[in-house]
Design a protein around this ligand. Structure first.
Ligand code: HEC
Length: 174
């Protein structure tokens, strides 16, 4: 019985402490103050494992090397992603520079994910990061096109990016 009361008091103290923390405003919500190491580890681990758990690697992808699909993906990337994720020869926008967590350069980070994982991330977005879900506004076919381009991104030179840009001048994703 004594242990039960002791345990109960510890839990109650924990809940009260937690509520004081939430309501007091002492937590600094500023995007300029980085998370402590434990929170950062927790958030990154939850994110990575959630993507790996939820993305279906058996999902059938179209032919991602199809150059017309890559080109369609490029037009979408230029319109919606490049500001946050940059590209060879293209700097990230001021918005991206102020975001926390900071959007990674996809010309590096895209290598870490399978096409199905990239599809899932682009379709669903990532909670509490500023990474939008494109599922509500884009068909699966369009999202696969974006994946086809994103997968190609790490191999592209500045010149090849510019060539794609010139070839699709005036074309928008509508
Ligand atoms: C408003 C800014 C913003 C836009 C626009 C945006 N993203 Fe993101 N994206 C982010 C942020 C921030 C993260 C980082 C999340 C994190 O670190 O947990 C991210 C993460 C990602 C990741 C995971 C990368 C990794 O290794 O962590 C992929 C893939 C991605 N975005 C693809 C895209 C694609 C494709 C588009 C365009 C269709 C896009 N994003 C548009 C902000 C953006």
């Amino acid at each position: 019985m004594k242990y039960l009361i002791g345990g109960g008091s510890v839990i109650a103290a924990f809940i009260i402490g937690y509520l004081i923390f939430i309501y007091s405003g002492i937590y600094n919500i500023s995007a300029m103050v980085p998370h402590d190491k434990l929170t950062l580890w927790m958030m990154n681990t939850v994110r990575d494992n959630s993507i790996m758990h939820n993305a279906n690697n058996d999902l059938k992808a179209p032919d991602l090397s199809d150059s017309s699909l890559v080109k369609m993906g490029f037009i979408h990337y230029r319109e919606m992603c490049v500001g946050c994720h940059g590209a060879p020869g293209i700097e990230q926008s001021e918005i991206a520079k102020g975001l926390y967590p900071h959007p990674p350069l996809l010309s590096r980070a895209a290598k870490d994910w399978t096409p199905q994982q990239l599809f899932w991330i682009t379709k669903n977005g990532l909670k509490m990061t500023g990474m939008p879900a494109f599922g509500p506004t884009h068909s699966d076919e369009m999202i696969w096109a974006i994946v086809a381009f994103t997968k190609k991104l790490p191999t592209l030179t500045k010149k090849q990016y510019q060539t794609l840009d010139n070839e699709t001048k005036g074309e928008s994703d509508e």
